[in-house]
Design a protein around this ligand. Structure first.
Ligand code: UFG
Length: 339
């Protein structure tokens, strides 16, 4: 029996593959390499000492997908593969809907035709929009996200609810807060392809002198220091949650399940707090300037992750500083690859 991991060479995917291999799962990866590089596969093998099976293709290629399901005894899937740049989704909405929704539907068709259950979906706290109260638990009302990217996540969740209900399947929706950090080996992390949009990759590159200055988008929010607040969760902790969620699904005796879990630390940090924590953790400087608010940003989001602790036996273990140290080690590793 094998677990299919789509987007398994991506940022969260690669860390999750390592945790699955460490837990003796057989892993089949499909990844079209659109936002990652092939060396990540070698590094997964180096870090885990095991070899996942890898297919490089786009999930929209239905005939190739069928061949993978024909070739392996797939008992479940963790579906990471998706476009994920919020800003880009606003200028390329059709590409986002096409990529994120068709790939999901193609997978679900295989699951339905072959009567496979156990589907885990990478969702995002973006489905809550700006929630009215903090922390955000799973009962919090959903708001239509502003970005087309966010809408594909919310639509994906709806498609999966219908799929679970109609075909009696087991589905888990994992709503990530802000994943950060790199593997302790420094061999896996978030690849900075192009100009980073997310905070941590930009901070990392600014500290390394690749970018001159970090722009902090707004210091007039109603928060501790005026900068926006997020819940930064260490990527290896996040990866471990997937293994727990998968084990729960596989061991479930119920025919139909829709489980939803927020994955965060439960603690909010402001942009300035993150920048200062990075400087302190790594003894480096991060030059920054305050700019206007970024369109579409919310003020504050942090999780109530009690449900994941209670039902999955999972909680965040790694401090912000520790996570930020791994980011800097990852940057050093990337420099050795270039030089
Ligand atoms: N920020 C800066 N400067 C930067 C980059 C980010 O000040 O150069 C700020 C943002 O304004 C925000 C915070 O840092 O206040 C975090 O920004 P990120 O872009 O890292 O993360 P977001 O919270 O905006 O977005 C993340 C994921 C999305 C997801 C969203 C909500 O990247 O995929 O959370 O779930 F949709």
């Amino acid at each position: 029996m094998a677990i299919l991991v789509t987007g398994g060479l991506g940022y969260i995917g690669s860390h999750t593959v390592v945790e699955l291999l460490n837990n003796n799962f057989e892993v089949v990866i499909i990844d079209d390499l659109s936002n990652t590089e092939k060396f990540i596969l070698e590094n997964i093998e180096e870090v885990s000492g095991k070899k996942p099976i890898f297919y490089p293709f786009d999930l929209k290629r239905k005939e190739l997908l069928k061949q993978v399901f024909d070739a392996h005894n797939i008992e479940g899937c963790i579906h990471f593969a998706a476009f994920k740049a919020v800003g880009e989704s606003q200028v390329k909405p059709i590409e986002y809907y096409e990529n994120n929704l068709f790939s999901l539907i193609n997978l679900l068709q295989e699951f339905r035709e072959r009567n496979i259950s156990n589907f885990i979906f990478s969702s995002s706290c973006t489905v809550y929009g700006q929630a009215d109260k903090m922390p955000i638990d799973e009962e919090t009302e959903l708001k239509l996200p502003e970005s087309s990217y966010g809408k594909t996540k919310q639509m994906g969740e709806e498609i999966l609810r219908d799929f679970a209900a109609a075909y009696k399947k087991r589905v888990t929706l994992l709503r990530y807060f802000n994943p950060i950090g790199a593997h302790p080996s420094a061999k896996l992390g978030e690849l900075p392809i192009g100009i980073p949009n997310n905070l941590i990759p930009f901070v990392m590159q600014t500290a390394a002198g690749i970018r001159e200055k970090l722009s902090i988008w707004g210091d007039d929010y109603p928060t501790v220091d005026g900068t926006a607040v997020r819940d930064y969760i260490y990527v290896v902790d996040l990866a471990k949650a997937h293994v727990k969620a998968l084990q729960k699904l596989i061991n479930s005796t119920e025919e139909k399940v829709i489980d939803i879990y927020n994955l965060g630390t439960g603690k909010g940090s402001s942009v300035l707090e993150v920048v200062h924590a990075f400087e302190k953790a790594n003894d480096v400087k991060v030059p920054y300037e305050i700019k206007d608010r970024r369109a579409g940003d919310i003020t504050i989001a942090y999780a109530n992750a009690d449900k994941a602790e209670k039902e999955l036996g999972w909680k965040s273990e790694t401090s912000l500083e520790e996570a930020l140290r791994t980011v800097w080690q990852w940057q050093k590793y990337l420099e050795t690859r270039i030089n």
